[in-house]
Design a protein around this ligand. Structure first.
Ligand SMILES: CC(C)(COP(=O)(O)OP(=O)(O)OC[C@H]1O[C@@H](n2cnc3c(N)ncnc32)[C@H](O)[C@@H]1OP(=O)(O)O)[C@@H](O)C(=O)NCCC(=O)NCCS
Length: 151
């Protein structure tokens, strides 16, 4: 199987990162390219993720995306693990319910509203009001334990 490398994004990666995010219908706002890391295969960017800071001091693991042709090979997991390995502070993320088990593998757990930083409590409230099922999950470097693989 082809190998990939993970590295911080460069300015010229901007267009492909934005395209992958647009095509995956992820939030197109707050895409500050220097905050991103990318996965690259033979010189081509095939995945991305960022850590987005919020005004309330919280940090969000956001914009995780892998090119559809490259999904299911561990690239998304590698991008998540690389961010967790660098993180010294708790991280929060917003995901669709079906991705909750994926993020639980890395030690993210669903937050109760009273545990959510203000920005995420606000998102949670709006999502409920709109009837959109979203999960707000948190990871804390001092308590996170990765789930063992199944089987
Ligand atoms: C989510 C995503 C980044 C995973 O990337 P990846 O490189 O395929 O991830 P990995 O190969 O490390 O892990 C794949 C696992 O992701 C999970 N997964 C991916 N998409 C899923 C979905 N729609 N529903 C449920 N689980 C899903 C599965 O557990 C899958 O395991 P499997 O391959 O054994 O079925 C990729 O599917 C993607 O870009 N999706 C569109 C954008 C998106 O939804 N991003 C998440 C925003 S919160």
């Amino acid at each position: 199987m082809e190998g990939w490398i993970l590295r911080p994004a460069r300015p010229e990666d901007g267009p492909i990162i934005r395209r992958m995010i647009r095509e995956a219908r992820l939030n197109p706002f707050g895409l500050h390219i220097p905050r991103f890391w990318v996965a690259e295969v033979q010189g081509r960017v095939v995945g991305a993720v960022q850590i987005r800071p919020h005004r309330d001091g919280s940090r969000e693991l956001a914009s995780l995306v892998v090119d559809p042709a490259w999904r299911g090979r561990g690239i998304g997991s590698a991008l998540v693990r690389a961010q967790l390995a660098r993180a010294r502070e708790p991280l929060v993320l917003i995901c669709r319910p079906e991705l909750e088990p994926f993020y639980a593998r890395f030690g993210f757990r669903r937050l109760r509203p009273e545990e959510m930083p203000p920005f995420f409590r606000w998102v949670h409230r709006i999502a409920r009001w709109l009837g959109r099922p979203l999960r707000i999950m948190g990871w804390d470097p001092t308590e996170a334990v990765e789930e063992p693989p199944e089987g």
